[in-house]
Design a protein around this ligand. Sequence first.
Ligand code: CUA
Length: 342
Amino acid sequence: MSYVFQIPLVLCWSLAAALAAPGDGSASVTNIFAPLSTPAEAIYENALLVLVICAGIFLTVGGLLAYTIIRFRRRPADADREPPQVYGSNQIELAWTVVPILIVFVLILVTARAIYDVQGAVPPPDALNVTVVGHQWWWEIRYPELGIVTANELHVPVSEPTKRRPTFLRLESADVAHSFWVPQLAGKTDLIPNRTNRMWIEPKQPGTYLGNCAEYCGTQHAHMLLRVIVHSPDEFAQWVAAQRQPPVEDPQARVGREVFFSTSCVNCHTINGTQARGTFGPDLTHLMSRDTLAAGAAPNTHATLRAWVRDPQTLKEGCLMPDMQMTDRELDPLVTYLLSLK
Ligand code: CUA
């Protein structure tokens, strides 16, 4: 019984948390009750309808149950009397068969319409196309039309009512099944090996939206975080221009550059304009333009970057970047070189 009465408490708590969520686009929490993108809004409307119907059912059933328990409770006067024996009621049985069928039918229609609207959306001419490839345990993000490759942080323009600019995503996987999920932007879509899935987002407010891989994909599944950074049109153009720049040759980073190119770093990572063309790990051309390291496992600072290169296994145990056994003499210049990749 007590479980039955906990359900409305949990519902109230979730709704209160939702209402208290910041609506300013800073989106520090991942909240399905605060949608800020067209597909997420469609899902939210459906979820709300289901919640209202379920609350109605809960109140009706719980109310009748409570009424019956109190009204027909055992009394001393009835100690040796048997209650009236009732066998079935056609009206009640008909009601509890027909009403749920109608409810399910309504939910099927509403859901089918939302699925059709989201999956059948035709990209407007200004839509941005991005390919997202899931890896154990990071996200490769490619902008084929812009010639940009980055990782873990998806930068997109905001979509304005006067000038819609949704982003259409092509989702692929390099190894196992992953799932792309940024609750405020859209529902979950899996990234499956040897298959291409598609989804789209249409953020309506600039800001940073947090998400994560939503399909268990191995040891470091929990450290496969996603950030979607939504820019105003001007800011987005600036970001694109910066990403298309070749890396700056910093003379102070020369020694570290030599360390980088003399170790097997080059087999896994790409740095544009150099002989580093590996694709197993993230593209490092503009490494320092990213806020986080190791798919959100740590902030991208000098100290964490150094700790990460020294031994990736301490920060993200089981990750596929090996400990290169570097001495401090190699490590410090190498980190200086990485820090120059702005
Ligand atoms: Cu990728 Cu879980």
